[in-house]
Design a protein around this ligand. Structure first.
Ligand SMILES: [Zn+2]
Length: 387
């Protein structure tokens, strides 16, 4: 089932995926989702924030059990982060039908919009807007690398950008949300199990640092006369690593813009994005405060620790684990399930083993047999939840 997606947004040079929200690739992925819904006779809806919902049963009659994930990607990402959860959701519904199950509650498959935040810098945009975790005017004003705002690109895709924001009607349809996701670490490898359950998501955030200097000629400007913003930027990168090590958290600068970006010119502006996460919120906050001292820093997103609903977590572990309960693991990665949980929706996650632990890279992988175990576990969980 993943096969029809393999060509969409794939960079032939690297084998990685580029699937920005509202890009041509994203529109193709949405078409695929609509087709899968239609093929199964599911009722397809797109909410005001661009999230797609395919319903088996009527969620207006009774709150439903929803599963799914996202189809967008980080730039140069792998094939599984996101799509595995959506494909497994459809496959689990097929399995339930084959088992002759008639769900006692409506069952929904969701595809959340712009989970990775690759284009506008804010992750989980679809679920944040849905739950009101981000204000519409802030979201609409965010710009991509071409200077287009979210409002521009949504309008170009034929959507109504000024309709975005917290959506009570759609939220009222969701009784429980379970997201299946490829694991982004080696926890399940270490435990020798194909499927696990999430306990919590580490607190995490993104910050933008702007270093301003004076653009000038690389050959004729004496070192003493330079105001080169690359130097404080470099110091910040090294300080982030050292500070993270000291505190036992992780810090990453994975995106940098250098302006004007000429090999023979001293830059006038260096903008860098810091991603910092850790088990303890205080450590992450301390690190960012230390790095930010005296600099021009803006917080682009912050997500406190999200503990998933304990009763649901234990139920998932019991049902998904077969004879022995599935292992319960924390994760450093953010997910739509975390945003939903933070908004008070009972939510949980299933992880499928990742043999190398590598993610957000073309090398991301999951074995076919493990993906099938994931589908069976998800079907078992859905059958149990929609009794
Ligand atoms: Zn993901």
């Amino acid at each position: 089932m993943l096969e029809p997606l393999t060509h969409i947004g794939r960079d032939p040079a690297t084998g990685g995926y580029v699937r920005d929200a509202w890009s041509e690739a994203d529109m193709e992925l949405r078409e695929w989702f609509a087709g899968e819904a239609a093929r199964r006779g599911l009722d397809l809806r797109e909410d005001r924030n661009g999230n797609l919902w395919a319903w088996w049963g009527d969620p207006a009659a009774r709150r439903g059990v929803v599963t799914g994930s996202h189809l967008d990607s980080v730039r140069q990402g792998g094939a599984y982060d996101g799509p595995l959860g959506v494909v497994s959701a459809f496959a689990a519904l097929d399995l339930l039908k084959n088992r002759g199950v008639t769900p006692g509650r409506p069952l929904g498959v969701v595809c959340f919009t712009d989970e990775e935040g690759a284009r506008f810098g804010v992750p989980c945009m679809g679920s944040r807007l849905l739950t009101g975790a981000i204000q519409p005017d802030r979201a609409l004003g965010l710009t991509d690398d071409d200077g287009d705002t979210l409002a521009d690109v949504m309008a170009r895709a034929g959507r109504k950008p000024y309709g975005i924001g917290r959506d009570e009607e759609t939220l009222a349809h969701v009784g429980t949300f379970v997201e299946l996701h490829v694991e982004q670490g080696r926890g399940l490898v270490d435990q020798g199990r194909p499927v696990g359950v999430a306990s919590s998501i580490w607190p995490h955030g993104r910050w933008r640092f702007d270093f301003r200097g004076r653009a000038d000629h690389a050959g004729t400007t004496r070192l003493a006369d330079r105001d080169d913003p690359m130097l404080p930027f470099a110091r910040m990168v090294l300080a982030a690593r050292a500070g993270a090590e000291r505190r036992g958290v992780v810090a990453t600068i994975g995106k940098v813009h250098v302006s004007p970006g000429n090999a023979n010119a001293i830059p006038g502006l260096v903008s860098a994005w810091l991603d910092a996460r850790g088990a303890d919120e205080r450590d992450v906050r301390d690190l960012v405060a230390e790095l930010a001292e005296g600099l021009d820093v803006r917080e682009e997103s912050w997500t406190p620790e999200v503990g998933f609903d304990a009763a649901l977590r234990d139920r998932l572990a019991r049902v998904a684990g077969g004879d022995t309960p599935a292992p319960i693991l924390p994760t450093g990665a953010g997910h739509d399930a975390g945003i939903m949980a933070a908004a008070g929706v009972p939510a949980g996650m299933l992880f499928v083993r990742n043999p190398t632990g590598v993610s957000h890279s073309p090398d991301e992988h999951a074995e076919q047999a493990d993906c099938e175990s994931g589908v069976v576990a998800l079907a078992d969980v859905l059958e149990d939840l929609c009794r």
